[in-house]
Design a protein around this ligand. Structure first.
Ligand code: TRP
Ligand code: SF4
Length: 404
């Protein structure tokens, strides 16, 4: 059983600065972030260095894209009072950890990441035979590990990067977690918990090590997390000691798979800028109406009197996102019997999309009018993030004998 994150409660995720976001981002990612921020300690960041791994030849759009994207996060309801929002390049500890991890990461691990060859194929017009591009999944590992995040909300395509992160963390802990006096230090740390907890810990450890009792392992981890009397270094030792390993300096994160967004684009394909089928979060109401009104329907319904089938219609996919059962039944019935027209059918969707966008656009307007406020939110977030990252780097440097 692998060592998992001590900070089960810490969530980290990043997004490349793509500028203004659309409803696909909202339903695929942001809605999830908004929910997570109530439950966990969340860190959300703009992965601006990641943008350079593919767009190194023209970084001039990154600054504006960053601010626009942050405004859209805030507009969508990501709350800087609950979550920490920051920009990657303002926390240089990411780069330091990336460098140190690069020393122990076999080239083959990076070459085998499926996105490496895929993206090179896909973006043929770019020369992606660079060091930075090969290393970007490791940069992502550093992004995660520098916060010792337990959970990383990602889409399906990013799960392999979290897997790589777990392997790198394991290797790091294996190489650098073996202090010469580890057992002695662990035993001392146990004592610091007080008699009662020390006894509990020892009992759980025995049950796990002798009988493989997973419940005991979980209980011991929970016990460690609730301890106020021991420092981070001791806690990491005791996490490792539980499982018979060394110190857990970089805990292994888990991917938190975001349910595939059902949000279709205006043509029924996945909503994406590159397909030109998006509804941007800042779209004017009249443009939203127009795009939905003109979007294609079941091709079998040439005339109003021709019956159709919602299964062949992208509008139906919008009803699946936005409409309650009553409306959905009305659509099914009315479409198949030619009882309703397509414009009629689209109206509830238009209303729902407009209602969803309205509060977001109001918030976006407020933030757009106060660029200093947005900058302050990011400044504060960067500071908070740095504090956590610095703590990790102190430990990492110590483990690698770089704290002299
Ligand atoms: N690579 C991710 C993407 O392209 C963005 C990202 C960078 C990220 N670092 C991360 C996501 C750390 C989660 C955790 O979407
Ligand atoms: Fe699509 Fe609705 Fe028209 Fe049927 S009635 S084809 S579901 S838009």
């Amino acid at each position: 059983m692998a060592a998992v994150a001590a900070q089960h409660a810490r969530v980290l995720s990043g997004m490349r600065p793509t500028g203004r976001l659309h409803l696909g981002h909202y339903h695929g990612v942001l809605r999830n972030w908004v929910e997570l921020q109530h439950e966990y300690q969340c860190f959300f960041f703009v992965a601006d260095w990641h943008a350079l791994t593919t767009d190194y030849d023209d970084p001039s759009k990154v600054p504006q894209a960053t601010w626009d994207m942050v405004v859209d996060w805030l507009a969508a309801g990501v709350n800087p009072g609950e979550a920490t929002l920051f920009v990657q390049s303002r926390v240089p500890e990411h780069a330091e950890l990336h460098l140190l991890l690069s020393m122990i990461t076999p080239l083959g691990w990076l070459e085998r990441v499926p996105t490496y060859k895929d993206q090179q194929e896909k973006l043929k017009e770019k020369d992606l035979s660079t060091y930075g591009f090969l290393g970007y999944p490791l940069l992502q590992s550093a992004d995660i590990l520098v916060y010792r995040a337990g959970l990383v909300p990602v889409g399906e395509d990013q799960v392999v990067h979290v897997e790589l992160t777990r392997e790198v963390a394991r290797r790091f802990n294996h190489i650098y977690g073996r202090e010469p006096d580890f057992e002695e230090k662990a035993e001392q740390a146990i004592k610091k918990m007080g008699k009662k907890n020390a006894k509990l810990y020892a009992g759980y450890r025995r049950s796990y090590q002798e009988q493989g009792d997973e419940a005991a392992l979980e209980a011991a981890r929970a016990l460690l997390e609730s301890q106020q009397n021991i420092g981070i270094a001791d806690r990491d030792r005791l996490f490792g000691y539980l499982e018979g390993g060394g110190k857990v300096i970089l805990p292994e994160p888990q991917p938190l798979l975001t349910k595939a967004s059902k949000m279709p684009g205006l043509d029924g394909q996945k909503m994406s800028k590159s397909y030109g089928n998006t509804i941007p979060l800042d779209a004017l109401p009249e443009d939203v109406e127009k795009s939905l009104r003109t979007m294609p329907t079941d091709p079998a319904r040439v005339r109003r009197t021709d019956p159709g089938d919602p299964a062949n219609c992208p509008v139906w996919q919008f009803h699946e996102v936005y409409s309650d059962q009553g409306v959905q039944e009305w659509v099914q019935q009315g479409c198949k019997s030619a009882g309703i027209g397509c414009i009629e059918c689209k109206q509830p969707v238009i209303d729902a999309v407009l209602a969803e966008l309205k509060p977001m656009q109001e918030r976006a307007k407020e933030y757009a009018e106060q660029p200093d406020l947005v900058r302050n939110i990011i400044n504060e977030g960067c500071e908070r993030a740095r504090e956590v990252a610095r703590e990790t780097m102190d430990e990492v440097r110590h483990a690698m004998s770089l704290d002299y």
